[in-house]
Design a protein around this ligand. Structure first.
Ligand code: AVJ
Length: 323
């Protein structure tokens, strides 16, 4: 491995197992039942998500990539940073557009991918180290909702949170998350945020319920994760994938609907559940935003939005904010 690579973990040894157990106990004990979306992303789930990003119906990834292609140069001019921090970096698929722009500006030194999954972070880092011969990569294995205080210092940083993943947080979680980011930023740093915008449900809903059924598999994968990691016996085939647009909250909800009355045993939690036919488990919200709404949330966390870029169809936005 390159001497330009360092990796720190801020997760306690048993963090993932403990956090999954706590989330499943709380979520499946609640009415209605919920599960947090972060548990989709084991190896298979991450692969399914990568497939989703290439589906014809799933416009966010390609729209954001196009926005980055067009505006990374503007980002680098507005904030000629030496360090790019990417929260929830995953496969670092869109990162190169930003790295190239900072490289061109002559300021780039270091990339800091932050992800809970080393399985995605390490290979992504290796590929970048091979292609950017002077770049330092400082990987952080951390949960971006909880371990924000460990971001490395630098002269000037861009903190990027892309993909519209902020929409997977509830409004209260978003407020905490944004304040947490803001609290750790210096005066020269900038925050680059990708947000899905509110659009016609006729386009939105199929993006979360594709014809090929990949999103359905992705949704059901959380039950595979629970079966494997908590010794549960969910009959996965008896659930169907549901995606609904909630026009009041302006978010897409993914749910898993049981086709049958069933008993589920989660051995590691010593928990038995009854699930009624037709009952739904909410597995994800994916909030979409209007400009005024997200600007108000950023302002409430102490940010000033300095740039706002959207695609011609106004489906997705990139915003750049200052503390
Ligand atoms: C990229 C993680 C934000 O909410 O659109 C894709 C996840 N869920 N299809 C999103 C997802 C269903 C995605 N994020």
């Amino acid at each position: 491995m390159s001497d330009r690579f360092t990796l720190d973990s801020h997760l306690p040894e048993d963090y993932l197992a403990t956090a999954l157990a706590a989330d499943v106990r709380a979520g499946l004990g609640a009415t209605p039942k919920t599960l947090p979306p972060k548990w989709f992303y084991d190896e298979r789930g991450s692969e399914l998500f990568d497939q989703i990003t290439e589906l014809p119906e799933y416009y966010p990834t390609r729209t954001e990539r196009e926005l980055l292609r067009t505006h990374s140069g503007d980002v680098a001019v507005a904030c000629p940073a030496d360090t790019l921090v990417e929260l929830g970096s995953g496969s670092s698929e869109k990162t190169r557009l930003l790295l190239d722009a900072l490289d061109k500006a002559g300021t780039l030194r270091r990339y800091v991918p932050v992800d809970v999954s080393p399985g995605a972070l390490i290979p992504a880092s290796e590929a970048l180290l091979a292609d950017y011969r002077e770049l330092e990569v400082h990987g952080l294995i951390a949960d971006f909702e909880k371990h924000l205080d460990h971001l490395p210092d630098a002269d000037r940083r861009i903190i990027a949170f892309l993909g519209g993943t902020i929409g997977n947080l509830t409004p209260a979680q978003r407020a905490d998350f944004l304040s947490g980011i803001r609290a750790g930023m210096g005066p020269a740093d900038s925050f680059l945020l990708g947000t899905g915008l509110v659009i016609d449900p006729a386009i939105l809903v199929p993006a979360y319920d594709d014809a090929a059924g990949v999103t359905a598999e992705f949704n059901k994968n959380v039950l595979h994760v629970i079966n494997r990691d908590l010794s549960a016996d969910f009959d996965i085939d008896s659930f169907e994938h549901v995606a609904v647009w909630d026009s009041v909250n302006e978010w897409i909800e993914m749910r898993l609907r049981s086709r049958t009355d069933q008993q589920v045993r989660i051995a590691d939690l010593d928990l038995s559940l009854t699930i009624a036919a037709g009952e739904e488990i909410r597995t994800e919200i994916s909030a979409k935003f209007q400009r005024a709404g997200i600007e108000a949330e950023l302002a409430a966390a102490g940010f000033t939005v300095t740039h706002w870029w959207t695609d011609p169809d106004q489906r997705f936005a990139l915003s750049l904010s200052e503390p």
